[in-house]
Design a protein around this ligand. Structure first.
Ligand code: ATP
Ligand code: MG
Length: 333
């Protein structure tokens, strides 16, 4: 069976609706057709400087959210990145294959570093895309289900895999990004031209999966829209309404066109928001309840992660051995 790999950063206790709709829904759908690996990428999360308590807690609760969202640990491999040292070992090799200018062109680095200023930025944030390439290439993944914001990192991963194969002989499978058509970029409710983001300064624009449904309802009611008063799908002129329509459509299964008809007429923004809030609460409530259960039994969760790490290491160590031999590292014994 072909493989897929994907992951989320434990940079916050809760995932947001963008993580859920942009990535997790595809994960769940794809896990029946692929040998699936889902990683909690805790080494990536270290780039934002969490306290040790925060990182430990967020790593567990992120894994719990994978399961609560429908990942079946009997079928898929769920593991923590730092449990598999091959990720950082391969990342080093890929760092040595990446041009400085090539890495400096990554728009996500420029965005995130831009917000903190060069002094507040660490080198880990700069080399992040090469660690992400290692995450993927270690598992010979053919497809990587992610949101739109990861497209450029996936392109870099493909370039590095091709470059390695050309220089050292075929070693890596060339992966393809699997980006959903409608939900690839769920926008902030407060700033509908920027994506929802766990590490955003303004959390008022994020619908968090583990918040009380009431809190999310309040955020939806005060979502930024426009003064035009008519529900139309126009992402350029009406990004806030377009975002609400896409969220509605993804959760209700109704086509956006049908929704536009349904909310025809004046002053329907309130009705649209009420319905979106109900749809969000409907997925969120059981999700949150399941997470509470899982976090309440950390021993079971840790067993899942231990099993996952063992399975992941089997695959990852074989790939790394191929790589070390290909580049000419001397065998240890
Ligand atoms: P951070 O701000 O810490 O980078 P994040 O919200 O961007 O957090 P990640 O853990 O970096 O979340 O990404 C996890 C997955 O969710 C990736 O596949 C990413 O493409 C996807 N994703 C993130 N934000 C969105 C969004 N707003 N809409 C759709 N998909 C998203
Ligand atoms: Mg991100």
């Amino acid at each position: 069976t072909p493989r897929i790999l994907s992951g989320m950063q434990p940079t916050h206790d809760s995932l947001h609706l963008g993580n859920y709709l942009g990535a997790q829904v595809s994960w769940v759908r794809m896990q029946s057709d692929f040998d699936a690996f889902f990683c909690v990428v805790d080494q990536h999360a270290l780039t934002v400087g969490p306290t040790p308590e925060e990182l430990r807690r967020r790593t567990r609760v992120t894994a719990a959210q994978y399961l609560a969202g429908g990942i079946d640990p009997e079928r898929s491999t769920v593991f923590v990145q730092s449990h598999v040292p091959e990720h950082s070992q391969l990342a080093w090799v890929l760092n040595c294959l990446t041009g400085y200018g090539e890495a400096a062109r990554m728009t996500q680095f420029k965005d995130k570093a831009g917000k903190r200023g060069t002094e507040g930025t660490n080198v880990g944030l700069f080399t992040y895309p090469m660690l992400m390439a290692a995450d993927i290439l270690l598992y010979d993944a053919t497809a990587v289900p992610v949101g739109e914001d990861q497209r450029q990192h996936l392109e870099l991963t493909r370039d590095l895999a091709q470059r390695f194969n050309a220089r050292y002989g075929t070693t890596f499978v060339i992966p393809e990004a699997h980006i959903p058509a409608e939900t690839a970029k769920i926008m902030s409710l407060q700033e509908p031209t920027a994506k929802m983001s766990k590490s955003a300064d303004n959390q008022a624009g994020n619908l968090m999966m583990l918040d009380a449904p009431k809190a999310n309802t309040k955020k939806i009611k005060s979502a930024v829209t426009d003064t035009d008063n008519a529900v139309r799908y126009d992402p350029e002129a009406k990004p806030g309404i377009a975002n609400l329509l896409r969220i509605h459509s993804a959760l209700s299964g109704e086509k956006v066109d049908a929704l536009v008809e349904q909310y025809a007429g004046e002053n329907k923004y309130g009705a649209l928001k009420t319905d979106v809030a109900a749809l969000v609460a409907e997925v969120q409530e059981p999700f949150k309840a399941r997470v509470d259960e899982l976090v309440g039994d950390p021993a079971e969760l840790d067993r899942v992660l231990a099993r996952g790490a063992e399975r992941a290491r089997e695959v990852a160590s074989a790939t790394l051995a191929r790589v070390y031999d290909a580049v000419g590292f001397l065998p240890a014994a």
